[in-house]
Design a protein around this ligand. Structure first.
Ligand SMILES: *Cc1c(COP(=O)(O)O)cnc(C)c1O
Length: 393
């Protein structure tokens, strides 16, 4: 599995498949043990206590590290647990620079929890080097990037942001949840740490909550290993198995998510009731060129604005195939209303400054047939139009 010469599709399909030498089982087993016998005093099988290291989790962690071209992987009980483990690198008085249009839970963690420990943050467009320079302080320790951002799909040039950060001795952390290593590998572009909410595309079936951290370099890997063990927000053996099971089909799913999302984005872009579509695979998107250069594809989520905010409620009520639900990255299509759901914890003025307003819907496009998805959207938009404006064209 760790054979880096193989294509990523082959490495994904074979996660854990050659790791079990005793029986040759092609799926790595769930080792439901917290304690491991020592052969004798001063000896260890490599496993002592499962918070520190656990066999099933280790196969997942090694796979994650290899897929992201990193040196070490760490599986956590959720994406937020992974972020909290990373943030524990920082101390009172440290300052962070963070992408403006940020996942709401990350914003909440920084503002409501890190703030209590004297860690501050500035939120900017991380693709704007002048803006980065403007908010940089002598105590700035890290640059936290989401690209694309969610829900507005703003793109950051990872390589130039990392070059800027390195020049100032600042650590770069990239949340690669939306892209996955199948489409984008930030460590190859100069980042120090990659974090995933594996609850999304990596798991892929809306049935496992998990987070992953992948680090570059021995010193940083050792530091995160210490924090991962000390904090203890680690992934269970059965969830580790469930996640690997999902990751085996990542390439197939991402190809379908990408194709469906792009086709639907183009359809909505030409729809009279839709005011704006935010998808970095559309040539008029401001991040199109950077995205094409640094990634080999596009994620399966995008967002769009309806012409009139009154359309939102009847559209959500009229959808049949597409579920009105939070989260993203699963095989089932989900529609979210960011202003009142995922981004409710972000203050109104910040939300409106970036454009997360009451006309914005986010669509996590699943792997259903694209014609069925388009038909469902069209009928829901038409139902909303009739309800708001009456039957006449
Ligand atoms: C969902 C998400 C998280 C949080 O992950 P959980 O697994 O829900 O804890 C962090 N970052 C991004 C971009 C996400 O989409």
């Amino acid at each position: 599995m760790s054979d880096q010469k193989l294509h990523i599709e082959s490495r994904l399909a074979q996660i854990g498949s050659v790791e079990e030498p005793v029986t040759g089982a092609v799926n790595y087993p769930i080792y439901q043990a917290t304690a491991f016998r020592h052969p004798r005093l001063g000896q260890s099988t490599g496993f002592d206590y499962s918070r520190t290291k656990s066999p099933t989790r280790k196969v997942l962690e090694d796979a994650a590290a290899a897929l992201e071209s990193g040196d070490a992987g760490f599986a956590c009980s959720s994406g937020m647990a992974a972020l909290q483990t990373i943030f524990t690198l920082f101390s009172q008085g440290d300052h962070l620079i963070v992408s403006l249009d940020l996942y709401g839970g990350t914003y909440r963690l920084i503002e409501r929890i890190l703030g209590k420990y004297g860690i501050t943050a500035s939120y900017v467009d991380t693709n704007d080097l002048d803006a980065l320079e403007q908010v940089r302080q002598p105590n700035t320790k890290a640059l936290i990037i989401e690209t694309p951002t969610n829900p507005l799909m703003m793109i950051t040039d990872i390589e130039s942001a990392c070059t800027w950060a390195k020049r100032h001795g600042i650590l770069t952390v990239v949340d690669n949840t939306l892209m996955t290593p199948y489409f984008q590998r930030p460590l190859e572009l100069g980042a120090d740490i990659v974090i995933h909410s594996a609850s999304k595309y990596l798991g892929g079936h809306n049935d496992v909550l998990a987070g992953l951290i992948v680090t570059k370099g021995k010193e940083l890997s050792d530091e995160i290993a210490f924090l991962h063990n000390s904090i203890g927000a680690v992934l269970s053996p059965s969830d580790s198995y469930q996640l690997m099971r999902g990751m085996k089909t990542l390439a197939l799913r991402m190809d379908r998510h990408e194709a469906n999302a792009l086709a639907i984005a183009k359809h909505l872009d030409a729809h009279p009731e839709i005011a704006e579509v935010f998808h970095p695979g559309l040539p008029d998107h401001p991040g199109y060129d950077i995205q094409s250069r640094q990634s080999s594809g596009n994620t399966g989520i995008f967002s769009f604005k309806v012409r009139d905010a009154r359309f939102v409620e009847p559209i959500l009520r009229s959808l049949n195939l597409i579920a009105f639900a939070e989260s993203l990255g699963g095989v089932e299509s989900l529609m979210t209303y960011p202003a009142v759901q995922t981004h409710a914890d972000i203050p109104l003025e910040i939300r409106e400054a970036v454009g997360v307003d009451d006309r914005l819907l986010r669509f996590s496009v699943g792997v259903e047939h694209v014609d069925d998805l388009i038909a469902d959207l069209d009928q829901a938009i038409e139902a909303a139009r009739v309800e708001i404006e009456g039957g006449q064209e």
